[in-house]
Design a protein around this ligand. Structure first.
Ligand SMILES: [Zn+2]
Length: 134
């Protein structure tokens, strides 16, 4: 078991790194710039949205649902109510949904919003957090 000891020492000195940290920072920057430019130039906002998806695909990273849900499925422009998209609450057979309609390409997106059901995503639940890396 002597061969395992140097490995253990190296483990202590190693700083924990997040896989794809540079890409996450780039995606964060692109997201902010996409949201900032949305009211002035929706096409440019959609371009940055496409870049985010491209970076995530290339590096095999997941986009946080809160951010992913803000982008239009089709044109990938940031959806901001009364600016680039329209939000409506729809009721159908006692179930409530929030409908987002993209003003640029017209794509509709529905999110469930019933009071009685727990629509939290797994990521929003406390058991989803295993470790916090600074
Ligand atoms: Zn769209």
């Amino acid at each position: 078991m002597a061969s395992q000891e140097p490995e253990k020492k190296a483990d202590v000195n190693r700083v924990k790194k997040v896989h794809g940290n540079d890409s996450f920072q780039r995606m964060n920057f692109l997201y902010q710039i996409s949201k900032h430019i949305a009211d002035k130039n929706p096409a440019l906002s959609a371009y940055y949205g496409n870049l985010i998806v491209g970076v995530a695909k290339k590096m095999v990273l997941k986009i946080h649902p809160d951010i992913k849900r803000q982008f239009c499925k089709k044109c990938r422009c940031v959806a901001i109510h009364k600016v680039t998209a329209t939000m409506k609450v729809k009721r159908k057979n006692k179930s409530k949904t929030i409908q987002w309609t993209c003003d640029i390409c017209g794509t509709k997106r529905n999110f469930p919003a019933n009071e009685k059901h727990d629509h939290r995503l797994w990521l929003e639940k406390p058991e989803a957090i295993l470790e916090v890396i600074n």
